[in-house]
Write a protein that binds this ligand. Sequence first.
Ligand code: SF4
Length: 90
Amino acid sequence: MNVWIDADLCTGDGICAEIAPAVFFMEDDGLAYVRESKEHFPDLSADHSFNENKGQGGTANGVARIPDALLDDVVEAAEECPGECIFIEP
Ligand code: SF4
């Protein structure tokens, strides 16, 4: 599963980053972003499906793969998101 945020709808409240800080983080612009590169998931560093070319600041296209172990947290964040702007897709 993959996750992305529609930044146009993000209210910047930070709820997603509180619920699933391993996946979501707040940037200086006050909006939430998704983490993807494997250094964000050191416990899963053997999983080479992560994009290794992207450093800090989210992903190249704003879409991140969700580690299976974090899927429940991401779903909860999407449900709690007041902007309804967290999208989970296959
Ligand atoms: S919970 Fe939704 S509205 Fe709030 S910061 Fe995260 S993505 Fe933005």
